[in-house]
Write a protein that binds this ligand. Structure first.
Ligand code: ADE
Length: 234
């Protein structure tokens, strides 16, 4: 799977995408991430990429010409399944959307900065608008990094134990159960006996109960949805 990310701050994306699981996925050739500096498509001697908003107001808006030139250049090289703009007024990213995006071959991500991007770019090129949550970031770069991380770990071969993504929180609509490691007793706190029992069936039953209880207490909205999906006739 390939991501192309367009940004005015490429440095912001270098570190998050080049460590640990994402680094290994790129080394294995499962994942490719290319970051494009919008300024290379900037206007004039100063490579201008932004301007004041018509109608006034604080902050700058990314101009349409550099963005269009960059998008057209990239689209000339490959077909993108989606052109995604990261924006707080987009569709909220959740596990279901990550699963769907992980089935794509090529995604083009546009990061806004300052006040955002000229509306006409959204109308002309963008096929999907995504928010990572109901809060405002200074730009789309960290949101793009979140999206790339959450989607890439679902690609076959990215996680060492391929099944482990299946047990993530949200993957079956429930939160994940608590986890423990050594030592079995630490500062007077013992690991639940069942996890030390070696009894696979009892362990998975306990984990399922814990998942249910955690979801019921912490995310009643998810719990209600899970109950409905388990008992569609109720
Ligand atoms: N850009 C600024 N805030 C954002 C958010 N919450 N999600 C995605 N992109 C953003």
């Amino acid at each position: 799977m390939r991501f192309d990310i367009v940004t005015v701050l490429p440095e912001l994306l270098v570190s998050p995408l080049n460590h640990s699981i994402l680094k290994r996925a790129q080394e294995r050739g499962i994942l490719q991430v290319f970051v494009h500096d919008l300024r290379e498509y900037g206007l004039g001697r100063h490579r201008q990429v932004d301007d004041y908003p018509f109608g006034g107001g604080a902050g700058m808006v990314l101009r349409p010409e550099p963005l269009a030139a960059c998008i057209r250049h990239l689209q000339g090289e490959r077909v993108y399944d989606e052109v995604i703009y990261l924006t707080p007024d987009g569709k909220t990213l959740d596990q279901k959307l990550c699963n769907r995006l992980s089935l794509n071959e090529n995604l083009l991500l546009l990061c806004g900065h300052y006040k955002g991007i000229d509306e006409r770019i959204r109308q002309k090129f963008v096929t999907l608008e995504i928010s990572i949550g109901d809060y405002v970031l200074s730009g789309g770069e960290l949101a793009a990094a979140v999206l790339v991380d959450a989607v890439s770990r679902l690609l076959p071969g990215v996680l060492n134990d391929e099944t482990s993504a299946l047990f993530d929180s949200f993957q079956d609509g429930l939160l994940a159960p608590p986890v423990y490691t050594r030592p079995a007793e630490w500062e007077g706190m013992a690991v639940p006996e069942v996890l030390l029992s070696g009894h696979a069936k009892r362990i998975s039953e306990w984990q399922h109960e814990q998942s249910l209880e955690r979801t019921r207490l912490r995310r009643p909205d998810l719990y209600a949805r899970w109950q409905e999906s388990e008992n569609p006739n109720i």
